[in-house]
Design a protein around this ligand. Structure first.
Ligand SMILES: Nc1ncnc2c1ncn2[C@@H]1O[C@H](COP(=O)(O)OP(=O)(O)O)[C@@H](O)[C@H]1O
Ligand SMILES: [Mg+2]
Length: 379
């Protein structure tokens, strides 16, 4: 195989081929399971000795993302490379490309998604609305930002935040008392570790939805129905389809997701998170250049899941039909919640997914359960 193929080339990997996946969490695990159904194999690259994807993969490399020897061998051993988390270092991707590996989605998507400031500037530049924001590198910028975006406001680290980590909220009531304002901003700045951050105005959303969409190597775009998401403590709690939004809002969200895919010349699955205002207007919160937690329902409620869709896209296969054959509610099993697996396994129309993690730490995603709408029975 010619390894010197650009990201969006017609490179097509037949059954028997090997997909390299950077990262070995539950998303890598579910990608490997979907690839196996298509007769493709997954080789996981991650620094951890044990991880959820190891249970189900064809091959593994345990090495750091800066180990050029290991990266070079990985690139040789696989037919295409993708990733299951957006914080793959930029240097790692440029090294892989320099040795001729095809990385899908490409470096551009990672560059835009890894930094919340770059991400919002990119979205605004292509005409997509975001929360008002202000870059914050010190206390003076935080103060100026609060003048600009008002309160409440959310201070977020530009890089490496997930599941609400690296974020803190500044509320009106925290800052009304004399001297309290100075104190509140100092605490907030400390809470984000005095790291380069972004201050966002709080969006008074009516609901949150997300779009899972895919773009194939041939430019074809396929989009799943929007899911309605509920977060608790910054962590996704549940995703429900159908979302309670109008046809017009759903169509608009899909059009925004398409425009992001086109602008990034993207190959693979993307997850786009939206705030829906009372008026029906949409604000993009963020996007993830990978399969997304709010798309896990597609595993059980669609013929072709987001995981298979991503594998199809990066392997240069035709994309699958994203239509939904059932209504569904996906609930994350966080920490000890997964201990109820036995009861859930006995429920009708319920698909239990456990990630094989050994320790149920608080806030840790241990699995998820998807409850499908009761099927029609003729008996
Ligand atoms: N600007 C905002 N206005 C209102 N709510 C927000 C805002 N930013 C984040 N949130 C809430 O916090 C959740 C997590 O924030 P998000 O930026 O998506 O971080 P993460 O990368 O951890 O998912 C969002 O899904 C939403 O519920
Ligand atoms: Mg989010």
């Amino acid at each position: 195989m010619n390894k010197f193929t650009p990201n969006n080339s017609p490179l097509s990997i037949p059954p028997g081929g090997i997909i390299g996946v950077m990262g070995g969490g539950q998303l890598g695990r579910m990608l490997a399971m979907a690839a196996a159904r298509l007769g493709l194999k997954v080789h996981i690259y991650c620094p951890e000795e044990t991880c959820p994807a190891h249970d189900v993969c064809f091959a593994k490399t345990i090495a750091s993302y800066s180990d050029e020897k290991a990266l070079g061998a990985f690139a040789k051993a696989v037919d295409v490379i993708t990733y299951e988390f957006e914080n793959v270092p930029a240097d790692c991707v440029s090294f892989l490309s320099s040795v001729g590996a095809v990385v899908r989605p490409g470096a551009l998507a990672l560059e835009k998604a890894q930094d919340r400031l770059v991400e919002k500037e990119f979205l605004n530049a292509i005409g997509v609305a975001t929360a008002p924001f202000h870059p914050v590198d010190d206390l003076a910028a935080l103060e100026a930002g609060l003048q600009k975006v008002g309160r409440p406001a959310i201070l977020k680290t530009r890089r490496l935040g997930y599941d609400g980590k690296g974020q803190t909220t500044l509320r009106d009531e925290d800052t009304d008392l004399p001297g309290a304002f100075e104190k509140a901003i100092k605490i907030a700045w400390k809470e984000v570790g005095a790291a380069p951050s972004i201050l966002e105005g709080f969006v008074p959303f009516e609901r949150e939805i997300s779009i899972i969409a895919a773009r194939g190597a041939d430019g074809d775009i396929q989009i799943y129905d929007p899911a309605e998401n509920v977060h608790q403590n910054g962590i996704l709690k549940s995703s429900t389809v159908p979302a309670k939004v109008s046809e017009e809002t759903a169509t608009h969200a899909m059009a925004i997701a398409s425009s992001i895919l086109e602008a990034l010349d993207y190959v693979g699955v993307i997850g786009v998170e939206f705030f829906v205002l009372k008026s029906g207007d949409l604000i993009v919160n963020e996007f993830a250049p990978r399969v997304h937690n709010s798309g896990h329902w597609t595993f059980d409620a669609c013929a072709v899941s987001q995981f298979e869709q991503h594998i199809r896209a990066v392997a240069g296969w035709p994309l699958g039909d994203p239509s939904r054959h059932s209504n569904a509610v996906m609930e994350n099993l966080i920490g000890e919640e997964a201990n109820a697996w036995r009861e859930m396994a006995g429920e009708a129309n319920t698909c239990v997914h456990l990630y094989g993690k050994h320790e149920a730490r608080p806030g840790r995603k241990m699995g998820h359960v998807t409850r499908l709408a009761a099927s029609q029975s003729n008996r």
